[in-house]
Design a protein around this ligand. Structure first.
Ligand code: F6R
Length: 259
């Protein structure tokens, strides 16, 4: 695991956008794995800016999002389809026919999950997967105790996840209880993974993910078993790491780009 500790959220988000842009430049037809949530907004803002200044094109790429709430139509304002259109798709040159999310309103959610997993396999699996981190250690909506080998399926959201996401809904009761999410096994097949976490509220779980045991109790800890993961943090999110000084020594260029 490469652990990059930035002084600010701004430089951390710049770093993730830069990694994305570099990948698209080197491999324009990359299959992108995309995430939603508050943390990703800063990344998408930067990717849009890079697209507008002509330094990034998505026109040969395709994308698969991690997850969608069961029961929400793609035009529901709280759906992840809606989020992605607003935060990224409407502003860049990704082909709408090559941007994929699970359909939360499919009549048979389990069949939809199986179809989505098969579509990812057909696309050759994810080339570059972007991840946020839940305060309970989830990646996608793989809540604690999720099978570390799971494929795309229905998961019941924890109360803490529903509470964390209630800010997007009118009321807590409106937050769906179920989601379709890529599985942990699906995510682990990605060629490369970049995880971004901000803030003191994530410090404990960041430490568990990087330095704790690999355990379904903290699903993100499975990333210790992946060959190519970059974890990008701001100082607050890194504040619980026992080996922080070591990570900073390994990557001095993060603090001083002149190195
Ligand atoms: C969203 C997703 C989630 C979020 C995580 C962090 O597609 O897969 O795992 O990345 O819940 O969300 P924020 O960034 O809002 O703290």
């Amino acid at each position: 695991m490469k652990v990059l500790i930035h002084q600010t959220q701004t430089t951390a988000a710049d770093c993730v956008a830069g990694l994305f842009a570099d990948r698209l430049t080197q491999t324009p037809d990359t299959v992108l794995g995309l995430a939603t949530g508050g943390t990703m907004e800063a990344v998408y803002e930067r990717l849009i800016a890079r697209h507008q200044d002509g330094t990034v094109s998505f026109n040969q790429a395709q994308s698969f999002n991690l997850d969608e709430y069961v029961g929400l139509t793609p035009d529901h304002p709280c759906s992840y389809w809606h989020y992605m259109r607003e935060k990224l798709f409407n502003h860049v040159d990704l082909d709408p026919d090559r941007t994929f999310l699970p359909h939360g309103d499919a009549p048979d959610s389990e069949a939809e999950a199986a179809r989505y997993e098969a579509a990812i396999v057909d696309a050759g699996d994810i080339g570059l997967q972007l991840l946020g981190l839940g305060a309970n250690g989830h990646i996608g909506f793989n809540e604690p105790t999720s099978s570390l080998a799971s494929h795309t399926r229905i998961k019941t959201l924890t109360r803490s996840t529903r509470q964390a996401n209630a800010r997007y809904f009118d009321a807590f009761a409106d937050v769906p209880r179920l989601a379709i999410t890529m599985g942990i096994g699906t995510i682990m097949r990605a060629d490369e993974i970049v995880l971004l976490a901000f803030g003191a509220g994530k410090a404990d779980v960041v430490a568990q993910m990087i330095e704790g045991p690999v355990s379904a109790a903290c699903p993100a800890s499975i990333l210790q078993m992946h060959r190519k993961v970059t974890v990008v943090l701001d100082e607050a999110a890194a504040s619980g790491l026992a080996l922080r000084a070591y990570y900073e020594e390994v990557h001095p260029e993060v603090r001083d780009p002149a190195i």
